[in-house]
Design a protein around this ligand. Sequence first.
Ligand SMILES: Nc1ncnc2c1ncn2[C@@H]1O[C@H](COP(=O)(O)OP(=O)(O)O)[C@@H](O)[C@H]1O
Ligand SMILES: [Mg+2]
Length: 349
Amino acid sequence: MFANLDRTRYEPVAIRIEKDGRWVLADRPPTAASAADVISQMREADGPAGGREVLMPACPGDDTLLLVNPDRSAITGLGLDVIFPVLHGPYGEDGTVQGLLDLANVAYVGCGVLASAAGMDKDVAKTLFQARGLRVAPWVVVRAAQWLADRDVVARRINDTLTYPVFVKPANLGSSLGISKVHTPDGLGAAIDLAAGFDPKVVVETGVTGAREIECGVLGNDAPEASVPGEIVPSGEFYDFDAKYLSGASREVIPAALPREIADEVRRQSLVAFDAIDGTGLARVDFLLAASGELCLNEINTMPGFTTISMYAKLWAASGVTYPALIDRLVALALERHLSQQQRRISAF
Ligand SMILES: Nc1ncnc2c1ncn2[C@@H]1O[C@H](COP(=O)(O)OP(=O)(O)O)[C@@H](O)[C@H]1O
Ligand SMILES: [Mg+2]
């Protein structure tokens, strides 16, 4: 993203979050051009980099952030107009960082606390989608405590409710981590153990047979728009971590080769899903299109991959919105949302 920012309009400041959670002013702009680059850079990083620590005061005023010298010798202020939290997964895309930015009254790109948290939790999101009449794969929630207490009862509930193969997933994670495709009941235990290691709430759902993976971009606040749909053709049996980031062999087809009515339906449902979670700014909505032609909503990503070669950017490019224009729109939407939040009455006095 950095390489593509128009420097006549923006003065970007890169903030890294170290593995130990500290925010640090990056000494050079990020160079990762793809998710695979990010992963290899994270693997190579052997410890926290130096650099000035960044703190966010609860009530920032003109200085959005405070920069602290490594030896704590000086603290200086840094004013920012908008923060673009290009963060994925827990503590980045699940409403927590959004809550921090709300408390500090800073404008930021994308969904707020509720939409981020609801979109992140696969059980909550499916419940909201279903309430809006969108089809989702049948699912069962397993709590780690129930699983530890009585595996047989839980397994029976799953076997009585769902048909195999099933997908077993941590409720809140992403990047396909901890997800297994289970073909027969005897594989269930290991898959739930694995997923429960990532989240005490596990979602088990019926596999959609012969599914094609269709994705659609959403952009906007009060009048959001949907992009053309695209298709992912995973290199493996399903779109697992390896197929997403490592093998390099998964393919994208943009726009997806779909009959007009199905493409229109994907776009319509994407906007309903965005509204169902109270989305603002952006999201990517992912579907599974069954061999039978039935469309099933799989998930919503409130901070989709955002490199120039990410699906979200390519979907909008194919819909006539270039990457620089996309950034402009998102920044404008962030400022618009922030302004309307400022105008809210939150007290009787
Ligand atoms: N019910 C399902 N039927 C068929 N494939 C599925 C199903 N659920 C997940 N998958 C496969 O697993 C991948 C990852 O699951 P997903 O729910 O999208 O998790 P993540 O949030 O980690 O991306 C999907 O892209 C798809 O390939
Ligand atoms: Mg996914």
